[in-house]
Ligand binder design. Structure first.
Ligand SMILES: Nc1ncnc2c1ncn2[C@@H]1O[C@H](COP(=O)(O)OP(=O)(O)OP(=O)(O)O)[C@@H](O)[C@H]1O
Length: 335
């Protein structure tokens, strides 16, 4: 008899990560699917599908089936999950049949959105699915002592959502989830380039600009980057040079929304735990934690020490993996 595989899944808007209890993070690719629009057949998933964004003929489209941290296209999400789990199974030579799965969902997600996540994973044949709160997974993955009676503050800035939570004694004391993250930063960059240069750029170019010269701080060592897009007046390709100050300005609005979410979560913190925050600081996780100057900017704005997790992009997946023992606890409790 085979034992059911036990896996944790970070079903992210931007990236999908799979954590195997025995092997750690075994899959980390973009949550993108390329499909044939006529037959709805999946042609590619993950890295291969991301390469195709904005470059395919009319009959092929690259879809990101998750939006704002939840499933936007159910059918495509379950197909993507199935292909990715089969890939992992093949790559590792281990059975992924009827796995027990822990997956996370944003704290702000509705019961309908959570049921969609549960069903999509069960459709692959999962035996059991447990959903945990995304910021809790992020905090566990970042190595915070969440079971202790002290305030662990985590700010997880993903592609579609940013989650802020104060966790103490294994539970969420105060939390806030906003549908602002890296995707909205990319959109702000697209709008900036369109407005100031009359040039249209794609999502991938905007993301590259953010990663290369995006900066959260007004005062920083200036950077420049040459990019190509389509001139909206002539319709021809055009090369322009952008600088990091204008990108900082373009990112101001999404950054202010994140700051507001952090502030309001801290305002709801019980006074006994507030003192802890000054001593222990805040932990940044998620891809947004890698934006240049992010840590320093947030620390300046709220006057509290800010740390970046060792591996911000993998924290949630690691946290789901470390929570796999919950499956056994819940199984025992159900008996
Ligand atoms: N070096 C970087 N600088 C700025 N942003 C970055 C960097 N690296 C990754 N990102 C951004 O991080 C985001 C992806 O982060 P992450 O994988 O944590 O999100 P996710 O878990 O898929 O999303 P969500 O939590 O919303 O479901 C993307 O918007 C990506 O552009």
């Amino acid at each position: 008899m085979f034992a059911n595989a036990e896996i944790g899944i970070d079903l992210g808007t931007a990236n999908l990560l799979i954590y195997s209890k025995s092997k750690g993070v075994v899959f980390n690719e973009p949550s993108v699917v390329a499909i044939d629009t006529h037959s709805r057949k999946v042609l590619a998933v993950g890295n291969e599908a991301k390469q195709m964004i904005g470059k395919t003929p009319a009959n092929i489209t690259s879809i990101r089936p998750l939006k704002d941290g939840v499933i936007a296209d159910y059918e495509v999400t379950s197909q993507m999950l199935s292909v990715m789990l089969k890939k992992v199974s093949k790559r590792l030579g281990m059975s992924m049949r009827k796995p027990n799965v822990i997956v996370c969902a944003p704290t702000g997600s509705t019961s309908v959105e959570r049921r969609a996540i549960d069903n999509a994973i069960k459709e692959y044949g999962a035996k059991q699915v447990h959903i945990i709160e995304e910021p809790v997974a992020a905090a566990v993955g970042a190595g915070l002592p969440v079971d202790e009676p002290i305030s662990n503050v985590v700010v997880d800035i993903g592609g579609g959502t940013s989650e802020v939570a104060i966790i103490s004694f294994g539970g969420v004391v105060s939390a806030n989830s906003i549908r602002t993250g890296g995707d909205l930063m990319d959109l702000s960059i697209i709008q900036h380039v369109r407005k100031h240069y009359n040039v249209l750029i794609g999502e991938r170019t905007a993301e590259n600009i953010k990663m290369e010269i995006g900066h959260a701080l007004i005062d920083h060592d200036p950077l420049t980057m040459e990019i190509r897009g389509r001139d909206l007046v002539t319709g021809l390709p055009k090369t322009i040079t952008l600088n990091s100050s204008e990108i900082q300005d373009a990112l101001r609005e999404p950054l202010e929304s994140i700051l507001e979410a952090v502030r309001s979560t801290l305002e709801n913190c019980p006074p006994e735990l507030s003192g802890d925050i000054v001593d222990h600081g805040i932990m940044l996780t998620g891809g947004g934690a890698l934006l240049k100057g992010m840590k320093e900017w947030l620390s300046q704005e709220i006057d509290v020490p800010v740390h970046v997790a060792e591996n911000p992009l993998e924290c949630v997946a690691i946290g789901t993996g470390k929570s796999l023992h919950l499956i056994h606890k819940l199984q025992k409790a159900a008996k």
